[in-house]
Design a protein around this ligand. Structure first.
Ligand code: FAD
Ligand code: SF4
Length: 510
């Protein structure tokens, strides 16, 4: 009797909908570490360790509050290896009246759960996941009234609805919605970067790390150096550390990249937000308070709030609005396989090498590295979206499909034909050179476009525009680039495209 309440690995919030009306005398919470979730893609070792350790801590915390927790470990001999199997086993043994789950973050799980009622011959309630500032339903309503799904307009609506960084009269603080111009400074001299707060692995995390190394030795990534928060208290401290030490530099250095500096002034809160250890409104409130007390400039606070209240909610909305068809779109008909250096980092392109290596070591790269280095290369080289999406889902500790897919498929690859971005984020080496110090340490010459030693991003850029000339000619934001292409001297364009052909023919040699 009672209710069986399944809590998934990314639902580690005490306020979770599925835990809200829990009856400690009758109900049981089920948490299960299952092989299927660890291997449906070959996740980075740190990502598996993070989720399993955070789950164990959360299960222990619930039990300490007096909740009955049925916690199934990965190496439990009776573990069936799948969520469906573990729910079925619990139902047979505990005979609950019903099963309660909170809406999962991935379409494939929602599809599976919709079949459980029949399979288990029990009512299965799927509750709304209200740990977001915009519900799936509200996003649908907003989208229905828009001609184009532009993040900027969604973000303004969210600022108004939630009263974040607003004047009393309904105007945005500082008289503008957007301070991006102040937040996009090129890299000149970097001030000293405060060190990343590392959470030393405790006994639980160390145990999980041994388990991951034993069970998933072939997965991507290094485990040493694991330092992610695995409890709510640690996540709150990490947020405080960001606000106190790195937030003042966040806006100015937001889009910059520097060799040997994987974290710069970023918040490092996505892993905690996506697990449910932090909630988006407390993160926004911390940002607003830092501005109102004079600790950070408005541009930094606005730039940060835009990411959490704007982008994060927006990509989730797009995901649930457009799935399941979204993933299959391939507007630019990209078809090439992923070159091996995405896994090894062994390439002479210093920007790619830096980003892949830090991703291997930390399961982390910041936004511009993801978008303008690996994403930009994948876009311009025409790598197949399935392969690229899988890579992004594997390599980052914060990756779940609801947030990974729109960012990669829509923002980075333009595979949705422009639903999310009004133009593709393609850029030549000049952009990377402006925003980073990577080119100084590179074997390629960022000023050269054609010929053997030329930066591959340069020829790929023009080749990409030429390949999709007709599509882009109709795009108002790409028009000037297409006209520049059309004006280019034929011999020069021929040499550039020959270089691009060489680059694409043998990417392994780059
Ligand atoms: P900060 O730069 O300090 O930003 C603060 C917070 O804003 C982040 O923690 C995050 O919660 C939110 N945020 C910022 N940008 C985005 C965005 N575009 N979409 C959603 N949330 C955002 N983020 C993920 O959480 N998981 C992913 O799998 C993921 N994949 C990405 C793939 C690509 C190609 C790109 C371009 C971006 C991706 N992002 C993803 C968004 C962003 O890169 C990360 O959220 C961010 O780098 C996390 O680091 P941080 O906490 O230090 O972020
Ligand atoms: Fe990257 Fe080109 Fe710069 Fe090398 S020269 S770091 S390949 S952008």
């Amino acid at each position: 009797a009672g209710t069986l309440r399944l809590v998934l690995g990314d639902q580690l919030s005490e306020s979770l909908a599925g835990l809200r009306d829990l009856d400690p005398a009758a109900d049981t919470v089920l948490m299960a570490e299952v092989e299927a979730e660890c291997t449906y893609v070959r996740h980075h070792k740190q990502k598996i360790a993070l989720v399993l350790s955070a789950m164990r801590h959360f299960g222990q915390a619930l039990a300490a509050l007096g909740t009955r927790v049925r916690y199934v470990r990965l190496d439990d001999p009776a573990n069936t290896g799948s969520l469906e199997g573990e729910v079925g086993r619990a139902v047979r043994e505990l005979r609950p009246d019903r099963v309660v789950v909170t809406h999962p973050g991935e379409w494939r799980l929602l599809e599976a759960m919709r079949g459980w009622e029949e399979a288990l011959a029990l009512p299965v309630d799927i509750l709304e996941d209200d740990r977001f500032l915009c519900s799936i339903h509200e996003f649908r309503r907003w989208a229905a009234g828009e001609r184009q799904l532009r993040m900027e307009f969604f973000y303004r609506a969210m600022r108004r609805t939630h009263g974040v960084l607003m004047e009393a009269d309904g105007a945005p603080l500082g008289g503008a919605w957007n301070f991006d111009r102040e937040n996009r400074a090129p890299l000149r001299r970097l001030p000293p970067v405060p060190p990343r707060p590392v959470v030393e692995p405790d006994e639980t995390t160390r145990g999980v790390m041994v388990l991951v190394e034993r069970r998933f030795p072939g997965h991507f990534g290094a485990l040493e150096g694991f330092g992610w928060p695995v409890t709510r208290a640690q996540a709150v401290r990490a947020l405080e550390d960001f606000v106190g030490r790195r937030f003042p530099g966040f806006g100015l250095h937001q889009d910059q990249m520097a060799a040997g500096e994987p974290f710069l002034f970023h918040a490092l809160v996505s892993t905690s937000l996506n697990l449910g250890l932090l909630l988006p409104w407390e993160v926004c409130a911390a940002a607003e308070a830092a501005y109102r007390t004079g600790h950070v400039p408005l541009a930094a606070a606005e730039g940060f709030v835009r990411q959490v209240l704007g982008w994060r909610e927006y990509v989730r909305g797009v995901y649930w609005l457009r799935m399941p068809g979204y993933r299959a779109l391939n507007a630019l008909e990209a078809s090439r396989p992923l070159p091996g250096f995405f896994w090894t980092g062994e390439t002479r392109m210093n920007c790619v090498r830096q980003v892949v290596r830090q991703t291997r070591d930390h399961a982390y790269a910041h936004h511009i590295q993801r978008l303008m280095v690996t994403g930009n290369f994948a876009l311009m080289a025409g790598l197949h979206p399935d392969a690229v999406n899988e890579w992004y889902l594997i390599v980052f500790a914060d990756a779940y499909e609801w947030v990974e897919l729109p960012n990669v498929h829509g923002m980075a690859l333009h595979a949705d034909g422009g639903l999310m971005g009004s133009k593709p984020y393609a850029a030549s080496g000049a952009y990377i050179n402006r925003m980073s110090d990577y080119c100084r340490g590179c074997a390629y010459d960022v000023r050269e476009v054609a010929g053997e030693g030329a930066c591959p991003f340069n020829s790929l850029y023009w080749d990409f525009v030429a390949r999709h000339r007709d599509r882009f000619a109709a795009n108002p934001r790409m028009g000037p680039v297409v006209r520049a292409l059309d004006r280019m001297d034929a011999a020069r364009l021929g040499a550039i495209r020959a270089r691009a052909a060489g680059v694409l023919e043998d990417m392994a040699a780059l």
